[in-house]
Structure formats: structure tokens, C-alpha cells
Design a protein around this ligand. Structure first.
Ligand SMILES: CCCCCCCCCCCCCCCCCCCCCC(=O)SCCNC(=O)CCNC(=O)[C@H](O)C(C)(C)COP(=O)(O)OP(=O)(O)OC[C@H]1O[C@@H](n2cnc3c(N)ncnc32)[C@H](O)[C@@H]1OP(=O)(O)O
Ligand SMILES: NC(=O)C1=CN([C@@H]2O[C@H](COP(=O)(O)OP(=O)(O)OC[C@H]3O[C@@H](n4cnc5c(N)ncnc54)[C@H](OP(=O)(O)O)[C@@H]3O)[C@@H](O)[C@H]2O)C=CC1
Length: 497
């Protein structure tokens, strides 16, 4: 019997960010392994055109939850959606709901965040720092609380090369930042943002670091732990391989490469691609929840959920495997044949951006205009180039994350728990994982049918022929121009003929 699964039985669990990528996988695993849990409270912000219940039931009725329905048929009754906006005071939670949360919650998993790299500092602080502070305040009023688990990111201290499982101080205290956001106007915030974030690449990593400091400073007597996942990718094994439902991290770029838009990335092939599957993160999170509640460590422990130091894979290997998978399982209606490559210097990056990204987009938009349609490719390409510029920082460097706490926890688990809540990335076969990832992107993100593969292959053949035809025409035109100007070229031509 799994001790961790038994621990969550009968518990009332509060999850923020449950409608997000990681939150869904967390809920799924909780329901599947501890179907006797009492209730999961999810803080959900209302969305136009959908009631809270519709939002949550849509998640429960998705493919991800198919296995849950078998072991927990009354799953709809065990979830309680609470209307909440983490950007508002007291999260805009009604008095009755707040009372219920405060008096019943046993465990808190705080997953909600803005993960946009370029978010305005005011908004990023509000969600990643102030909301964390407010949630801690709420947690301190929960008499039955056993553990508070905060999800951060392994990149919160990406300005360092070697990162230990400790909370690093920030030059400006989070409280001062929170206060200043209340009275500074947007223009001044824009001006001071680069100075505040310093040698971090964006507001996301900076505010996640501030969030950790807040957790450490304001956790009081709570049992708290911080989990730092690296780049969260599709699921490895559970509930099935390859599940993914948003474009963050590598997923959007895999689509762009598979559809033939992305031809070149400025990346260091030997740099470590520190990907971590979503189900691995969730298994560690649940194990940490159990450990923190039962063993009550004296201080706030930080757990790195990374792959680089235990089972490293680099961007070069990952890229090749992504391309190899496109050969077997191509995406439908590709714009060009998938043929992306890594470049390492600025000049070649600019060259390929002009030749392989911008020029085909301009030509295609010209064709769309000629045929009376609305041009869209240049806009899409600009968005892709912007995304590439945002991720470049992360794919041209390697970091070392120590994993003492994570390894300590692994050895503290029973063999059964090590199996059911497996977070040992040493067992991960990267080639298999990446193939399943690409397949998952095709099935769950693009919603493409496997039956369409032969047609997709045909389409790629047609694109290859068009490519050959285009190159031949280009060669002949260039040659013709050359013949007109050069006697040597003319002689060679007559000799061949
Ligand atoms: C050999 C060659 C091989 C080739 C194979 C190559 C494959 C493998 C290559 C591997 C490299 C991996 C690198 C990963 C590094 C990650 C590092 C993470 C480190 C930290 C990890 C964390 O701790 S934390 C999570 C990470 N956090 C994000 O990862 C958010 C990022 N992101 C944004 O910060 C915003 O996204 C940003 C970008 C500002 C744009 O912002 P933006 O305003 O321009 O665009 P939006 O995102 O708002 O999207 C507007 C509309 O475009 C749609 N769309 C967006 N992308 C689309 C797409 N690719 N294809 C179709 N559609 C797309 C979208 O669905 C919207 O559609 P609609 O308007 O209809 O809703
Ligand atoms: N994905 C990754 O690669 C990594 C993620 N992480 C961390 O993991 C956690 C989860 O990330 P992930 O699941 O990928 O992120 P998602 O963007 O998929 O999910 C974010 C969640 O936060 C919720 N949220 C955002 N704003 C508000 C708000 N104002 N009020 C209430 N809820 C809000 C979203 O709700 P809604 O559905 O309404 O938008 C959503 O449920 C984050 O803390 C992130 O920093 C760490 C490392 C890597």
C-alpha cells in the first residue's frame, strides 16, 4: 500500500492554478491514486461565456481524466470550484467560500502564476509575489493545515550558474517591491524594470525569485516546501505518455518546426536541455506534500525537480530526435518541409532569419494577396521570431542544480511509493520520451488524427517536389544571367550541351 496515496485519503486539498498545465496533471494524479480524498478546492477565475462549473467539468471530462473516471466515478462531486481572482484583494472570494476554505483545508498546492516571460512587472509582481503573500496569510488562518507547497521554477536564480536548494536573497526586499507597485505609474515601472531584474532575463524569473523570498519570510510557523521544476514538458508515463495542452516551453516550437515555419534556432547544441516531464513534477510534488506534513522539517526545504545532473540530454540530441520523429509522424498541412537547424552565431542567425523565415513569409503573403486572401504569414513569423528571442537565453546556457533534498526524499520513500510516485529521472529514456512528446503535440495540441499520416506524408512529398522545382528554376535563371555576362560560363554551357 502506498503511504503517500493513503496520506491524501480523507484530506481537503486546495489547489491554485488547477486549470493550468501542471495543475490538471496534479489533480488527475490525486484523484487517481487517492480516490478517497475528501474534496479538492480549486480557485478558478471566471471566464467569459463559461460558468466556473463548466470550466472545471470540461477539464474532468477531457481525455486526461479517463482513467480517473474508472477509479473515482464520483469525481465531479469531489471537486469544488471557488470563484477567485488572484489579482484581487482577498482573491475576491465570497465570505462563505473563504470560511469553508479556512476551516477545512489540510494541504495547499500553490501552482498559479503568470508564466509569460514579458509580462509587465506590475502584473507579474501581483500574481507571482503579492498573491503568494496573500495565500500565505490565508494559510496561516487554516487551523487544519498540514502543509503548504509552493511551485516555483528552477530558473528563479538563473543569474547563477550553480544553484543550491536554498532560497537566495534578492537585492531589493519583496515587500518594498510590492509597496512600490501600488504607487508607481507604468512609465516609471517600465524604466526601472531592467535595473530591478538585473542579470535575470525577464520579469518572470525575477518575480518567481521574489515569490520564494516571500514564502521564506512570511511562512511563519507553517510547514512549507518549495519545488523548483525546470522546463516542464509533456507527460512521460502517466496517465499516458505525451500529454500536453499548451504552447509553453518547447511545445510551441515543436509545432513551429513540424509545420515548417521554424527553420533555424540560435541554440548551443551541447547545452543541457533541462526538460522535466509534467508527471515527474507532480509525483515529486505529492511526495513533498506528504513528507512536509508527516516529517515536519524544521526549515523550509527547497526541492529541485530537474534532469540535467542525473540524466542529461542536450539540445542537439533533442533537436535531432524531434526531426527524426517528424519523418515517421509528420504534422498535417505543413507550410514547408520540417528542416530546422541550430546556429550558434549572430551573423548566421540574422542570415537564416532573413532567408528562411522572413523571405518565405513575404513571398507567401504576396501570393495570398494575389489570390485575394488576407496576408497572415509575416505576422505569424514575427511572433515566432519574438518567441525565439525570448527563449534564446535558456537554450544557450547550462546550469547545475544540486538535488540533495530531492535525492534524500527519494530514499525516504518506501519501494511502493518510489514506484507509484516515481520522480527518478535516471529511468527516463530521452529518445522515447521525445518521440512521445512530438506524438502528444500532434494528438492533444494540434488534435490531428493518426489516420491523416499518409496524406501528411504525401503533402511533404509534394512540398519536396515544389522545393526541387523552385531550386532548379532559380539555378537556371541564375545560370542564364551568368551566361549572358560571362564567356567562360557560355563555353561551359555549350560544352555540356
Ligand atoms: C536540430 C533542430 C531541431 C528543431 C526542433 C525544435 C524543437 C525544439 C526546440 C526547443 C526549444 C525549447 C525552448 C524552450 C525554452 C523554455 C525555457 C523555459 C524556462 C523557464 C521555464 C519556466 O519556469 S515557466 C514556463 C515557461 N513559460 C513559457 O514558456 C511562456 C513563454 N511564452 C511567452 O512568454 C509568450 O508567449 C511570448 C513568447 C512572450 C510571446 O507572446 P505573444 O504575445 O507574442 O504571443 P502569445 O503567447 O500571447 O500568443 C498569442 C497567440 O499566438 C498563439 N501562439 C503562440 N505561440 C504559438 C505557436 N508556437 N504556434 C501556434 N500558435 C502560437 C497563441 O495560442 C495565441 O493565440 P490566440 O491569440 O488565438 O489566443
Ligand atoms: N510550464 C513550465 O515549464 C514551468 C512551470 N513552472 C511553474 O509551475 C506552475 C504552473 O505552471 P503551468 O501550469 O505551466 O502554468 P499555466 O500558465 O498553464 O497555468 C497557470 C495557472 O494559473 C492560473 N492563474 C493565472 N492568473 C490567475 C489569476 N489572476 N487568478 C486565478 N488563477 C490564475 C491560470 O488560470 P486560468 O486557467 O484562468 O488562466 C492557470 O490555472 C507555475 O507556478 C510556474 O511558474 C515552473 C517551471 C516550469
Amino acid at each position: 500500500m502506498s503511504m503517500i496515496a493513503a496520506f491524501y485519503g480523507g484530506k481537503s486539498i486546495l489547489i491554485t492554478g488547477a486549470t493550468g498545465f501542471l495543475g490538471k496533471v496534479l489533480m488527475e494524479k490525486l484523484f487517481r491514486t487517492s480516490p478517497d480524498l475528501k474534496v479538492i478546492y480549486v480557485l478558478v477565475r471566471p471566464k467569459q461565456g463559461q460558468t466556473l462549473q463548466q470550466r472545471v467539468f470540461q477539464i474532468l471530462d477531457s481525455k486526461l481524466f479517463e482513467k480517473v473516471k474508472e477509479v473515482c466515478p464520483n469525481v465531479h462531486e469531489k471537486i469544488r470550484a471557488i470563484s477567485a481572482d488572484l489579482n484581487q484583494n482577498d482573491f475576491a472570494i465570497s465570505k462563505e467560500d473563504m470560511q469553508e476554505l479556512l476551516s477545512h483545508t489540510n494541504i495547499v498546492f500553490h501552482c498559479a502564476a503568470t508564466v509569460r516571460f514579458d509580462d509587465h512587472l506590475r502584473h507579474a509582481v501581483q500574481l507571482n509575489v503579492t498573491a503568494t503573500q496573500q495565500l500565505l496569510l490565508m494559510a496561516s488562518q487554516m487551523p487544519k493545515l498540514e502543509a503548504f507547497i509552493h511551485i516555483s521554477t528552477a530558473f528563479s536564480n538563473c543569474n547563477l550558474k550553480h544553484i543550491d536548494e536554498v532560497v537566495y536573497p534578492c537585492p531589493v526586499e519583496p515587500k518594498k517591491i510590492i509597496d512600490s507597485m501600488e504607487w508607481l505609474d507604468d512609465a516609471i515601472i517600465d524604466e526601472i524594470t531592467p535595473k530591478l531584474i538585473g542579470d535575470r532575463p525577464n520579469t518572470y524569473t525575477y518575480t518567481k525569485a521574489l515569490g520564494e523570498v516571500v514564502v521564506q519570510q512570511e511562512g511563519g510557523n507553517l510547514n512549507i516546501a518549495i519545488i523548483r521544476p525546470s522546463i516542464v514538458g509533456a507527460t512521460w508515463q502517466e496517465p499516458f505518455p505525451g500529454w500536453v495542452d499548451n504552447l509553453n516551453g518547447p511545445s510551441g516550437l515543436i509545432i513551429a518546426a513540424g509545420k515548417g515555419f521554424l527553420r533555424s534556432i540560435r541554440a548551443t547544441p551541447m547545452a543541457v536541455a533541462d526538460l522535466i516531464p509534467a508527471d515527474t513534477v507532480v509525483n515529486l510534488t505529492l511526495a513533498v506534500g506528504w513528507y512536509t506534513a508527516v516529517h515536519r522539517p524544521k526549515s523550509t526545504l527547497v526541492y529541485h525537480c530537474t534532469s540535467g545532473n542525473l540524466n542529461p540530454c542536450n539540445w542537439g540530441k533533442m533537436g535531432l530526435q524531434v526531426l527524426a520523429t517528424f519523418e515517421k509522424i509528420p504534422f498535417e498541412r505543413a507550410f514547408r518541409r520540417p528542416n530546422a537547424d541550430f546556429t550558434t552565431n549572430n551573423i548566421t542567425t540574422h542570415y537564416w532569419n532573413a532567408v528562411s523565415h522572413r523571405a518565405p513569409a513575404i513571398i507567401y503573403d504576396f501570393y495570398l494577396r494575389l489570390t485575394g486572401r488576407k496576408p497572415r504569414m509575416t505576422k505569424l513569423m514575427n511572433r515566432l521570431l519574438r518567441t525565439l528571442s525570448m527563449v534564446e537565453y535558456f537554450i544557450n546556457r547550462s546550469w547545475e542544480w544540486s538535488t540533495y533534498n530531492t535525492e534524500m526524499l527519494m530514499s525516504a520513500l518506501s519501494p511502493e511509493d518510489q514506484r507509484v510516485f516515481n520522480f527518478d529521472v535516471r529511468q527516463l529514456n530521452w529518445l522515447e520520451y521525445i518521440e512521445n512528446y512530438v506524438l502528444g503535440v500532434k494528438k492533444y495540441l494540434l488534435k490531428e488524427d493518426m489516420a491523416g499520416i499518409p496524406e501528411a506524408k504525401q503533402h511533404l512529398k509534394r512540398l519536396r517536389n515544389i522545393h526541387y522545382l523552385f531550386n532548379t528554376a532559380l539555378f537556371l535563371i541564375a545560370w542564364r544571367l551568368l551566361i549572358a555576362r560571362s564567356q567562360v560560363a557560355r563555353n561551359v554551357w555549350f560544352f555540356i550541351m
